[in-house]
Write a protein that binds this ligand. Structure first.
Ligand code: SF4
Ligand code: SF4
Length: 116
């Protein structure tokens, strides 16, 4: 047995006012694309424009113009893959690609300098 006295914890009245929830928030306030590990890539030639991806996307990140899908808003797409899952087309009109793969294929600044 220890002889230490039990430390007295503060009651709720002594707690500092941190972490107050001062209002609701939506994905519009946060760029959820920052934490995406995969991204949807649109394959326009396979798309039948049924808009299932647009209906199911929880972040309204499927861009539709004049009734047709044209791409994705990568600032808000969180890469959940629901759009690709719901796409009814055989072979899918949306492919989920890893962000690392996308990053690796991007031209690096040193490659751009070498072209000049
Ligand atoms: S991956 Fe998820 S968040 Fe991104 S467009 Fe598809 S359904 Fe929307
Ligand atoms: S669900 Fe597939 S086929 Fe339908 S609009 Fe979206 S990408 Fe096109």
């Amino acid at each position: 047995m220890t002889s230490k006295k039990k430390e007295k914890k503060p009651g709720w009245k002594e707690l500092a006012e941190y972490d107050l929830i001062i209002g609701g928030g939506t994905a519009k306030d946060f760029k959820t694309g920052d934490w995406r590990t995969k991204r949807p890539v649109f394959v326009p030639e396979k798309c039948i424009h049924c808009l299932a991806c647009w209906v199911y996307c929880p972040d309204a990140a499927v861009i539709v113009k004049e009734g047709k899908v044209v791409g994705f808003d990568y600032e808000f797409c969180k890469g959940c893959g629901i759009c690709a899952h719901e796409c009814p087309v055989k072979g899918k009109a949306i492919m989920m690609v890893s962000e690392k793969e996308v990053r690796d294929k991007r031209p690096k600044p040193e490659d751009e300098k070498a072209k000049k």
